[in-house]
Ligand binder design. Sequence first.
Ligand code: GCB
Length: 597
Amino acid sequence: MLYPQRNVCRDLVDCSGLWRFRADPDGVGFTEGWSTGFESDMVCAVPGSWNEQLQEYGLMNYVGGAWYQMDIFVPVHFAGRTVRLRVGSADFQAKVWVNGTLVAENDILSLPFEAMVEDHIAPGNKARIVIWVSNALWPDAITPSVTLDTYVREERIRDEQFPATRPDFFPFGGIQRPVLLEAMNAVHIDDLTVTTEIDGTTGVVSAEAAVSAPDGTLFRVSLPGGEVAETAVWSGNAMVTLRIGNCRFWSMTDPHLHALKAELWQASLLADQYELNIGVREVKVVGKRLYLNGEPVFLRGFGKHEDFPVHGRAVNQPLMVKDFGLMKWIGANSFRTSHYPYAEDILDYADRTGVLVISELPSVNLDFRIVSDATLDHHRRTLDRQIARDKNHPSVIMWSVANEPGYLGEAEYKSDKTHAYWKAVCDHTRALDVTRPITMANVGRIGHDDPAFHYVDVISINRYYGWYDMPGQLDRAGARLKAELDAIAADHDKPIMVLEFGADTVAGLHSTTDQLFTEEYQADFIETYCRIIEAHPNAIGTHVWNFADFRTSQHHRRVVLNLKGVFTRTRDPKRAAFKLREMWAVPYRDPAAGEGK
Ligand code: GCB
């Protein structure tokens, strides 16, 4: 799935801006024909979440459908060309009409979808784009819905969150990434898959294309160093391999990108061109270690969120640049896109800056009492889309296929059905991408005999001893964490990643003794975890929860925000940030490597 681009063969129109907006809690828009156009005085900025943006219009906690409309001028030179409409993300479900014709429907969370629309537009005129978006989830989604009834039925009314959501982050709604119109020739490259290998000092680059082009069209790939390879298209496909001698491999310290140029030629006519920044690197799990280019790596970093005042979950480039600056300042080398795929801009920037990314699917708190074939189908289709979108990023080193399934500790989780589910999900992931390891974030309530551990390459656990359990008692918490790492290591010869651990902290609150919510406690908590994890021979990383405070649904245990950030929501450092900076200035020392010396 290629991000639209502007070059000698392609052009694009960015439809960002103020779209006409209308909430539709009762779904009347469908019967009243809003898909051809509707009246409203209200606007919503795209990309943007509607919640904080339209708080004063009653939209802060709104869960349901809403309509967006934009009349966009289609340039004259789009005439006679293939035109692709691409919506970067519209959470969580969407339908799109162009000049009154339904062109796309989407139920994949937080990922792009597209439609070819040349038959529905008249270049040289405006085209009306209408998008219906709903931020309501549904029971079979890979992040299942909850309602007030769910809490009542389960006799957990004190767990009710408003808006009702199981995940511990706000259900921002809206068109949160750009809407783009891209023009290209009828003969064009639909997709590129680039994989890289290291052969001594040589980089081996394979570029496989899916194309709309007749057999015999020339597919040509070149690199800035002068390497070129070409082949004839056959049956909509083409593949070439290039070798880069004395290759500068992509790494954390030298994130070198090669601008690969893929082209389609019909005799002497250039029909299409696509430029892709690639990094030559190899990721592997061997035994209990993770390797990048043959060197063991220890991940130090964070779970994050796309979250900021007013913007909500929308792509926010200044914030992105700031966050990467803070990660560099603190000494982090990696982050997880908890708990959904992030905007492409963020992955591009990670490619440029050498930050390693665990790319997580938008699957949170699967409930194995209600998981169905439809859920598995949704999981597989999401994997298809996410891997199609993110496969070419050198920064993406691992897929996390879910966060905290079995969250309620339901008995159904430890069953054959669950084994079959994770086997199917991991098999599907490997069928799509054999070049990256797979993980999944296990929840404390399921403990360390999680069926998923048998199918993933890296075992990941989220733990909160010293916070939700054993509050204020870091000695007990540390002993429990160590015992659990040992228990997992005894059962599985696999790397272990601690993907979450953290403590809510009110910036400015202090205490001379261990006290929840204080800056000292958060710093001590994180230090205790990091020291225990780094000393464990199976551990390959620590990801602190969370990089920054973030908005949640309303619940008595959250003071507007989840306060586990080491930075505030507006990015001021808490004491723990300085503690991490001090600890992460000291290089990781592999405890196993020290043996026998
Ligand atoms: C978790 C979840 C994360 C929450 C966090 C917390 O285990 O994965 O989404 O925000 O705990 O702070 O409770």
